[in-house]
Design a protein around this ligand. Structure first.
Ligand code: S3P
Length: 176
């Protein structure tokens, strides 16, 4: 059975963290962030986990955490890492966690927001713009496939994004 959390998915820099925090004020719900939960649990940064143990290990930690959240988490907003929906096993977990909202964004917007960022291991090194474009294209289907609601965020201000989520969640609440 689907739980009643609101799950925010989308590419790095799409605004999951900001939207999650603002939505938590508006709906008076607690917000959790899976990257932060992993950092807290392991006592390490995402950068360190990627550098020392590799991406595969980080993905295993993500899947383990999602399973735990499926058992324990309700009435919350959960913002997940940009790569979480890519692993096929994670998609049914995300869906069963709650209403999945995909914050879609254009690659140019991500580049503008994240150029100079050093905390995203997958975007370090040369040609970050190209990396963003390729990764995003490869992930699009996974994001769209597990979303209940897709919001194109580039031209929207934050309160319009919140309005759309609130309207959708309200609508699904009254249906049930
Ligand atoms: C990742 C996104 C990051 C973090 C890690 C990997 C990805 O989270 O989980 O660096 O694969 O897209 P944000 O989307 O919050 O930046």
């Amino acid at each position: 059975m689907k739980k009643n959390n609101i799950v925010l998915i989308g590419f790095m820099g799409c605004g999951k963290t900001t939207v999650g925090i603002r939505l938590s004020y508006r709906l008076r719900m607690v917000v959790e962030d899976t990257d932060k939960l992993i950092e807290k649990k392991t006592g390490r940064t995402i950068t360190d986990i990627f550098a020392v143990d590799g991406e595969g290990h980080f993905r295993d930690l993500e899947t383990g955490l999602l399973r735990e959240l499926c058992d324990s988490c309700s009435d919350k907003i959960i913002s997940v890492g940009g790569g979480t929906p890519v692993r096929e096993a994670n998609r049914p977990l995300l869906k069963s966690l709650g209403t999945v909202v995909y914050l879609r964004v254009r690659p140019e917007t991500v580049y503008e927001r994240l150029k100079g960022d050093t905390t995203r291991p997958l975007l370090q090194g040369d040609h970050p713009e190209e990396k963003i474009r390729q990764l995003m294209a490869a992930r699009q289907e996974a994001y769209e496939g597990c979303a209940d609601l897709i919001i194109d965020t580039d031209e929207l201000d934050i309160s319009s994004i919140l309005d759309k989520i609130e309207a959708y969640v309200g609508r699904t609440d009254t249906k049930e």
